[in-house]
Design a protein around this ligand. Structure first.
Ligand SMILES: Cc1ncc(COP(=O)(O)O)c(C=O)c1O
Length: 330
């Protein structure tokens, strides 16, 4: 089975991380470092922020959940976008909070409408940049203007799970925003570009007030020793990241142009996946599955006519396009 359904890295995991995880397994009879200090120190250097501003998570999903737990009381409100990553809804439900879903604009976040939706009861706003499953991107200036206008008693969680895939022209310095805004949490993950989805390591960056709350709520040993070691090795593996970026940029263009050539609509994506309008997405999904390729249906987002296809290796992308083409009316 070729998995193009979960936005994983088609290259697998970096060899550097595999070696580090193997070595850590030798000591896995003991508890991991519950503070994850070595990884935090490496991240602090990498991001140029204090290690004390970091919270490690069992994937960034756990941090999204924890953010809702610590920022929102039952009955208070959480704002997110219509096609925002589904975990925002789940985290809101886990916190017994009230979700306020703001209609999308061109499939992306409508930041003006999201701001207008913030009221006295709101305590948290989720924003993904780029977003999954739409791949939509918010320019840095717009995002900064939004964060500036959100009231100080409302936390903004900026989810940057796919930030490593942004082009140099899109890239921005969200760490400068963390230094400036005490109500901002930025989350990132080792699951995507770093190729460690199965290791479950993510991190949140925020000033001490929010970091203290997140760390206090976090399970003490939420990241395993092999996970910590693998993440630290991957973080230092610049060649891996460069190769990942190149494979993704080429593969995404291959999928986008192949879909366009078939007359299929596809949103411009800034992530490692594309959102394609198939019409009968269930039939296309079944056709791909029968040939051993898994992609993602999006009924749970209200996007029943669309498929999310993760960018694979060039030959995998070509296979997807061939199978979709065969299914089109002659
Ligand atoms: C936008 C976004 N945020 C966060 C995550 C969570 O990933 P993980 O828990 O593996 O870090 C994902 C995973 O698909 C995602 O798409």
């Amino acid at each position: 089975m070729i998995s193009l359904g979960a936005n994983e890295n088609p290259l697998g995991m970096p060899e550097s991380a595999r070696r580090a995880a193997d070595a850590a397994l030798g000591a896995a009879g003991r508890y991991p470092d519950g503070n994850g200090l070595a990884l935090k120190n490496a991240l602090a250097t990498h991001l140029d922020i204090p290690a004390a501003w970091l919270t490690l998570g069992s994937g960034s999903s756990e941090l999204l959940d924890l953010a809702a737990q610590v920022c929102v009381e039952p009955g208070q409100a959480v704002v997110y976008s219509q096609y925002g990553f589904i975990v925002y809804r789940q985290a809101t439900a886990h916190a017994h909070a009230r979700g306020v879903m703001v209609p999308a604009r061109d499939f992306g976040h409508d930041l003006d409408a999201m701001l207008a939706a913030v009221d006295a009861n709101t305590r948290l706003v989720f924003v993904a940049n780029p977003n999954n499953p739409t791949g939509t991107f918010i320019a840095a200036a717009d995002l900064q203007a939004f964060i500036e206008r959100v009231p100080a008693n409302v936390t903004v969680l900026l989810d940057e799970a796919y930030t490593e895939y942004l082009s140099p022209a899109q890239s921005y310095d969200s760490m400068a925003w963390v230094r400036r805004f005490p109500n901002l949490i930025v989350t990132r993950t080792f699951s995507k570009a770093y190729g460690l989805a199965g290791m479950r390591v993510g991190y949140a960056v925020a000033q001490p007030r929010l970091t203290t709350l997140l760390n206090a709520r976090r399970p003490r040993f939420n990241v395993t020793a092999p996970g910590l070691a693998a993440a630290q090795a991957a973080l230092g593996d610049d060649a891996w990241l460069a190769q990942t970026y190149a494979i993704n940029t080429g593969g995404r263009a291959q999928l986008e142009s192949g879909l366009a050539a078939m007359g299929l609509r596809c949103l411009q994506s800034s992530g490692n996946f594309v959102l394609a309008h198939l019409g009968d997405a269930h039939a296309a999904h079944a056709r791909l599955l029968a040939r051993g390729i898994e992609v993602s249906l999006l009924d749970n987002y209200g996007l029943a006519e669309w498929l999310r296809i993760s960018v694979g290796l060039p030959e995998q992308n070509a296979q997807v396009l061939d199978i979709l083409r065969e299914g089109l009316p002659a």
